[in-house]
Design a protein around this ligand. Structure first.
Ligand SMILES: [Zn+2]
Length: 236
């Protein structure tokens, strides 16, 4: 194994370590996001409940307006009855008064229903708000644990990145750019040992003359099947 190859494999090792740290870090971020989403979902339900409260209040005000109008009309009829002399007009007014009394009663029961709806929806808002508070309280501990894990992993990542960059500087430039290009566009493992007479990644057969060349010169060849950088392992 040439020193160049050793350095390249060392770099790949460091990159795989970095990748592993990144994967764990992404897991922590995803867990945090799940906690956020759980809160957002309940907060959205508060919004929905608040909108129905507003709608019910609007309906209640509408009914209130009608009740008020009917009351005034009734008031007017009563006064007219008071000042009128008993006769045909009085009979008509009395009939109107009775009819409107029924209408007013219906409107008033509409008002009670609207008021009940407002109260029920306000209770739902309060319930959803309590739910959010409970959820946030329950999330305090897991969030702290996640934050601790995150800062540990960030420190670990900074270390892994530094180690990786240090290794990268030691790798011969052409080999390194070949490696970086491959790593950027493909699977994370870009440098692979021959497995017998085939590529260790995709198991495409490698011609004997090329294998012999790799063995004798220590050159890093490319796989014709999957494109990885191939080397001849010392134990093969
Ligand atoms: Zn291959």
């Amino acid at each position: 194994m040439t020193p160049d190859l050793e350095k390249l494999l060392d770099l790949q090792d460091k990159d795989l370590t970095l990748l592993e740290v990144d994967t764990r870090l992404a897991g922590v971020l995803q867990e945090e996001q799940q906690l956020d989403e759980a809160v957002e979902a309940v907060e959205a339900s508060i919004g929905v409940a608040q909108r129905s409260v507003a709608e019910s209040i609007r309906r209640r005000i509408e009914v209130e307006g009608r009740v008020e109008t009917y009351r005034k009309l009734q008031e007017g009829r009563r006064k007219r009855i008071e000042v009128s002399r008993p006769g045909k007009d009085t009979v008509t007014l009395m009939a109107e008064l009775e009819l409107s009394r029924q209408v007013l009663a219906r409107e008033e029961s509409d008002w009670f229903r609207a008021q009940e709806a407002v109260q029920a929806q306000e209770a739902r808002v309060a319930e959803a708000e309590a739910h959010v508070e409970a959820l946030k309280a329950a999330q305090v501990e897991p969030r702290e644990a996640l934050a601790a894990r995150k800062s540990e992993l960030e420190a670990e990542r900074a270390e892994a990145l530094e180690a990786r960059d240090k290794c990268a500087d030691a790798v011969a430039k052409p080999l390194r750019s070949r490696y970086e290009r491959l790593r950027g566009s493909r699977a994370p493992v870009a440098v692979v040992a021959l497995a017998g007479d085939a590529c260790g990644a995709c198991f495409t057969a490698v011609p004997m003359n090329r294998r012999a060349n790799m063995r004798m010169t220590g050159v890093v060849d490319g796989c014709e099947g999957c494109g990885v950088m191939l080397y001849y392992p010392e134990t093969a």
